[in-house]
Design a protein around this ligand. Structure first.
Ligand code: FMN
Length: 182
């Protein structure tokens, strides 16, 4: 199963356009999670207590873990997130808070953290108004996915400088699509 995590919010999102080109090349069906439609909430005192109780009881089938289970079971994952404020939309961090469940996406053992996710590959798709700096978005996602979730291969697909005066947006997007090789 291909899981498409869509953190784009704008109508005619360029990041979504680039991600859809990738998804077409990957072929087959995909399950899309449009994050602004999921009504996910950041962790609160109550949610942490509730989740902790479910984990302590071994109740990993609880509804609160549905997106964690889905993420862990996906064969390939595509994340689309525009470059916002040197990072990515808070929606994506909220999604990560919701899926990071010990016992589902990773486990903690004597040797430290071990990833439990099935996916062998995750693509991170981004577009940016100026130069794209990966440090607080892609680099973080790559570190998280490789060291915590056990997804060995994390690839960046990007189109940058889209909001520079005089930019030929469609040309930049088409060039970025041309570089996508599966
Ligand atoms: C809230 C917000 C924050 C942004 N922050 C940055 C930024 O820090 N650096 C940058 O180069 N572009 C920034 N941009 C421009 C977007 O990255 C760029 O327009 C991108 O292509 C938008 O993707 P979308 O069409 O998928 O929404 C920002 C745009 C918005 C709306």
């Amino acid at each position: 199963m291909i899981l498409y995590i869509n953190a784009c919010v704008r109508k005619n999102s360029r990041t979504n356009e680039l991600a859809l080109d990738l998804l077409k090349k990957l072929g087959g069906e995909f399950t899309e999670r449009k994050l602004d439609a999921l009504n996910l909430k950041p962790h609160s005192c109550e949610s942490l207590i509730y989740e902790g109780e479910q984990i302590a009881q071994g109740n990993l089938n609880d509804k609160c873990f549905e997106y964690a289970r889905e993420f862990a079971a996906a064969d390939t994952i595509v994340i689309a997130a525009p470059f916002w404020d040197f990072s990515f939309p808070a929606l994506l961090k909220t999604y990560i808070e919701n899926i990071y469940t010990i016992g589902i996406v990773c486990k903690y053992g004597a040797q430290g953290v071990m990833g439990l996710c099935k996916a062998k590959k995750l693509y991170y798709v981004v577009t940016s108004g100026g130069n794209f700096d990966p440090r607080f978005s892609f680099d973080y996602i790559k570190e998280l996915c490789t060291t915590q979730f056990g997804i060995p291969n994390v690839e960046l697909i990007k189109a940058e400088n889209l909001d520079i005066d005089g930019a030929d947006v469609q040309k930049i997007l088409d060039e970025a699509k041309g570089k996508i090789i599966i």
